[in-house]
Each structure stands twice: as structure tokens, then as C-alpha cells.
Design a protein around this ligand. Structure first.
Ligand code: ZN
Length: 322
């Protein structure tokens, strides 16, 4: 929940028609003064005890005491998490629904589905590209993540678009087909094998800005994630599991001179300041074979090593130069 900016929650509460959402779940509401009343769905109600105050965006049951705003109504009625209820309302899917004509309560199985960003027949690379595309779209809706990029001096629209930067706001799982369906199980198994999901079902890079390594043909080599909250318990730097494949910013190899940095954010910092012939070795450890091979194949004449000024950076510089 802390991942949703407070102003976004306020906006959803303000812009959603509470009565329409309640009616869309199959309940009848009748006017009574400034309020609306109906049968409470949260207890065995025979006398209309649910009181809805559209002007305040609040509902309350006079008999069982259940109460809340529109997000909490959906959360409770549909048996979903706060985050899931928020995403459903934001997608506009709930208020567009109309309940059964006979007013019978809507069953839980009719929770509307959020659109999945993944095609069911995607192969590994297509699935990775679709996930990267989804994370990219989510970044634009996450002011704290954008603020982090600004603070690091790499938040220009050009940089974000060129390198398909994204943010993992933990919502991918809400959009995948259910794990107990064949299609959902297959997709989740694929994403787990690719390292996007962990065995627990959580997103591996959650809470992080992501920097995909994209080849000129669109192939994704790996994805680097940087936590935006240094005080958190997460590791700051994380890649997808497995070796770091691919060369970040392959366009740099067209230059006779190339700058190689320790990390992607360092490389992006050079790039942002007009030094576009820059790539990264992903760490201060040995230069990756693939990068070395690519530098040689591209006939790059001179490489500038730009590692951190700390013992591991100094050591890495000497090793890479050798
Ligand atoms: Zn009640």
C-alpha cells in the first residue's frame, strides 16, 4: 500500500461514483435524504442498514458497523487486496459493470479481470519484452520513482524512452491470468524460469527502477533493478538471476572510443551529459567476455575505464585495463 501515492488514492476516491460501483455489484440503493440506503452485503441484512453518503464518498452499515470508502468497499465485497481494488477502480472496469437485473448479489468469481500485459502465446523473449514494456508504462505513473531518477540526474524523458526505464510497483501479478487456470499457470511458470517472478510468486525486482539491457534487434539480455528506497531492507542492486547478457547501449560501439563504467546508472549519467559513446561492465569485477568480444568486433580503438574511486573500483580498473 505505501507504494500508491496518497494523492492517487484521493483522486480515485474523488473521481469514482461510489453509488454506481455499489450498484454494479448487484445491490439496490434507494434515496433517503442526502444519503442512499440498501441491504448490507456484509451481514445477513433484512432491513436496509447500509447507508451510502455519495457527497463524502463513504458508506457505513448501521447494523454490523462495516464502513469505509469506495476502495475498501471493493476490497471487502470482492475479497481482493487494497492494491487490487485500487487497480480495478483505476482501470474503470468496475463502474462500467452492470449487476444482474434481478438484484442478486454478484458472486466472487465475477471479480473483473485487469488486462494482462502478456500474450498467452509469447515466447521467452516476447514475454521479457512485454514485461519490460509494462514496467516502462508503470514508471510514468509512479511519482516517487520518477523523483528518484530526477535526483540521480538521469530522469529526462529522452533517457527514459531510449533505454525503456521502468518501475516494478508489484502490480504485474494482479494482471496475470489466475494461477489455477492452465494459461495462468503456464505464464507464471515461464516468468519464474525467466527470473521475473520468484518461487514465492513475488516479482523479483519489486520496488526497483529497472534498466533493461536491450540489443539492437530488441532482444533483452538482462534487467538491472535499483531500489529507490535506500533505507529499505532490499538489496540496492539486483539483476535478473543468471549471467548478465548483452551490451547496454549497443549504439556506443559505433564510436572508435568507448567509455566503460562500473554500473548502468554511471553510464546513463555520462550519456545524459552528452557522452553517448558509453556502456557498462555491470560491476567492477572482470570485464564480461561478451563486452570484450563486442569491443573487439566493433574495432573500438580506445576504451576509457570510468570506475568508482574506491578500492574495488581501482582494482577493477587495473584488471580490466590488463
Ligand atoms: Zn452490515
Amino acid at each position: 500500500m505505501p507504494m500508491i501515492p496518497e494523492e492517487e488514492i484521493e483522486r480515485i476516491k474523488r473521481e469514482t461514483d461510489l453509488a454506481a460501483v455499489i450498484r454494479s455489484r448487484g445491490m439496490e440503493l434507494k434515496p433517503q435524504g442526502h444519503d442512499l440506503v440498501g441491504l448490507c452485503p456484509f451481514h445477513e441484512d433484512h432491513d436496509p442498514s447500509l447507508r451510502v453518503t455519495p457527497g463524502k464518498g463513504l458508506w457505513r452499515c448501521m447494523a454490523c458497523g462495516a464502513t469505509g470508502n469506495v476502495i475498501q468497499f471493493v476490497q471487502r465485497f470482492d475479497g481482493v487486496s487494497f492494491r487490487h481494488a485500487f487497480e480495478l477502480l483505476k482501470s474503470g472496469k468496475l463502474s462500467a459493470l452492470s449487476g444482474p437485473a434481478n438484484g442478486a448479489p454478484v458472486k466472487k468469481s465475477t471479480v473483473p479481470k485487469l488486462d494482462s500485459p502478456l500474450a498467452p502465446d509469447a515466447d521467452d523473449q516476447a514475454a521479457l519484452r512485454q514485461v519490460v514494456g509494462y514496467y516502462h508504462a508503470r514508471l510514468k505513473e509512479n511519482p516517487p520513482a520518477l523523483a528518484y531518477l530526477q535526483k540521480r540526474g538521469i530522469g529526462s524523458e529522452e533517457a527514459i524512452a531510449t533505454f525503456q526505464l521502468g518501475f516494478v510497483d508489484r502490480t504485474l501479478g494482479l494482471r496475470l491470468p489466475q494461477a489455477n487456470r492452465k494459461e495462468g499457470a503456464a505464464l507464471r511458470a515461464r516468468l519464474t524460469r525467466l527470473g521475473i517472478l520468484r518461487d514465492t510468486g513475488h516479482e523479483h525486482l519489486r520496488g526497483r527502477i529497472v534498466f533493461p539491457v536491450i540489443a539492437e534487434n530488441g532482444g533483452i539480455g538482462t534487467v538491472y533493478g535499483r531500489a529507490i528506497d535506500d533505507g529499505g531492507k532490499h538489496e540496492r542492486h539486483l539483476f535478473l538471476p543468471g549471467p548478465q547478457r548483452g551490451v547496454w547501449n549497443p549504439a556506443a560501439l559505433r564510436s572508435a572510443e568507448v567509455i566503460v563504467t562500473e554500473g548502468i546508472i554511471d553510464a546513463l549519467t555520462w550519456w545524459r551529459h552528452g557522452f553517448r559513446h558509453v556502456t557498462t561492465a555491470y560491476s567492477a569485477k572482470a570485464l564480461p567476455e561478451e563486452l570484450l568480444g563486442a569491443l573487439i568486433a566493433a574495432k573500438v580503438r580506445r576504451v576509457f575505464l570510468s570506475y568508482d574511486r574506491d578500492p574495488s573500483g581501482e582494482e577493477g580498473t587495473a584488471e580490466a585495463a590488463a
